[in-house]
Design a protein around this ligand. Sequence first.
Ligand SMILES: C[S@@+](CC[C@H](N)C(=O)[O-])C[C@H]1O[C@@H](n2cnc3c(N)ncnc32)[C@H](O)[C@@H]1O
Length: 208
Amino acid sequence: MSENWNAVYQDRPYVNKNPYEGVIEFLKLIRERGLHEVLDLGCGDGRHLVYLVREGFCATGMDYSLWGTLRTKEWLTRENLLAELVCAEAACLPWSGERFDAVMSVQVIHHQKITALRRSFAEVKRVLRPGGFFYAVVPHFPPEDWKDGKYIEIEDHTFVPIEGFEQGIPHHFFTEDELVSELSGFKVLEVKEDQRGKFFVLARKKVV
Ligand SMILES: C[S@@+](CC[C@H](N)C(=O)[O-])C[C@H]1O[C@@H](n2cnc3c(N)ncnc32)[C@H](O)[C@@H]1O
């Protein structure tokens, strides 16, 4: 699937240059608590990673698209900014446990079938320090007016577009109950829903 994203980042990089409003809020919360090591899981071509570094966080970006990470690197270099950047799979993070104070992931985790998606949530938990924060943006079920109906359902609530640049890429759409239940290793602090079909979830790794 990373080839699809490679093609996107080769052909039209930096479509979104500004961070999500919710990310800005999330980082305020992290800063207020004196936390600073943040992983941007699925950093794409870098809009949040660049923002994180500009804001003084110790930032790490990862994405399975080599072209995404290359574009991110280009942007960081242009601005003379430093961050660790890794090309890897969300379901198999290349860090030993409890490395980050916070993990954020904007429209990434749902691009997998349910087994890999569950592994990814478990990986997020594994790399977070106890009490660490997780912020994610995922689409909610049902997919309304999506892709003009040009998709197939391959698993419960997981849809694959049959044309366009996302052809072949799974999109899992969550109900709120499902999202909370998949995050059972976390204390879910807030789930917000916007008018454009997205959930914004804020959770915290339980301290045992
Ligand atoms: C919609 S883009 C979002 C990029 C970025 N988070 C942003 O908000 O600009 C989805 C990104 O997730 C990455 N991605 C999708 N599935 C992934 C996986 N299983 N492991 C790592 N990265 C993944 C893609 O390569 C792509 O860069």
